[in-house]
Design a protein around this ligand. Sequence first.
Ligand code: MRU
Length: 409
Amino acid sequence: MQGDGRERREAGEGRESSSGTDGPRPLRVLADGTGIEIVDQRLLPHRLAWVALCDVEAVAAAIGEMWLRGAPLIGAAAAFGLALALRRDAGDAGLAAAVDCLAATRPTAVNLAWALQRVRRQVQPLQPARRAAAAWREAGRIAAEDVAANAAIGEHGLALLRDIAARRGGPVRVLTHCNAGWLATLGWGTATAPIYKAQAAGLPLMVWVDETRPRNQGASLTAWELGRAGVAHRVIADNAGGLLMRRGEVDLVIVGCDRVAANGDVCNKIGTYLKALAAHDNGVPFYVAMPLSTLDLALADGDAIPIEERSARELTHIAGRSAGGEVVEVCLVPEGTPAANPAFDVTPARLVSGLITERGVVPADGAALRELGRRAAAARSDEAARPGEAARPDEAVRPGQAARPGEVA
Ligand code: MRU
């Protein structure tokens, strides 16, 4: 143990955690229940290593420093972090402080606040002695529900891909931005779920992977995932998408999201908006994979979404593997050059062809989203009346078995 609640373990090739048919997972509970383990995404694609997080400070640091990332994964990890905090101090003040500490780590993805409030609502009415265990169970449910939601997104997205395949010969050419894959969720990914489902169904496809400057989640994470799964793909410079669309070499765009406002405006990784503009100009369908945990009906439109400003160093420096196999960081700009690094942008709803949700593909507009929210709330209260049928918390995050390399479906 590093003395700060974090412990690093190396994982050999092909040893990411898996839950069989639902594919690889980036988060699992430790077998002795003392914490969680996550894939340290900063080391990919060069090394696959797991790190154990055993207290709230370690979870908060891992989210803030992007050891783990992606809206749904951030939310679930924070929920486990809150449960760990309650083991140490389950009083009202301890609960509030832990929620505040975790919520401050990354402001844009609404899944973080959503998951923390969900756990808080569950445990606040309980005696302090019962809060930690209840929070741990709720975190497990959040994780299990994310896997199920993404699997359903995959099925709905697969129907879109099949439609395109039926209209054109040859592989369906999908463009994606950032990493909205299984690494960013509890399983399947959001934008990648239709891709993995299509691959499993034998539907030929080819994925254009935006490198996604400045942190290169596309080049380092999405390309790694797709390569292991045997999905045909090519990494492209972020600026190449417009040309490819104009040449007719992109059949549709599918991206993830960090927050969708009540009017259907979509906040996602910086650069998404430019892809939506290019898609619109070229008549290319632009879809957003959105689990309901990413819908924020409390915000009227995307202008109200807080945009995270990250360190200039993410832009001015870059890390990669040298010819000698060593990972090194180099500087890209003249010494002392100032840089600005907004991490997300907002794509107006009018540029979005549809939102692929676990409840089907819906238009990005206020009426459709209000109806979706209403139906989801009704389903939740039905489920609360039948607790035995709720998602099994241990299913998503049980201590992992080894997976075959690239095993996804
Ligand atoms: O800053 P990141 O890497 O956490 O941003 C991630 C993205 O923008 C993803 O596309 C989004 O969270 C969807 S993840 C299923």
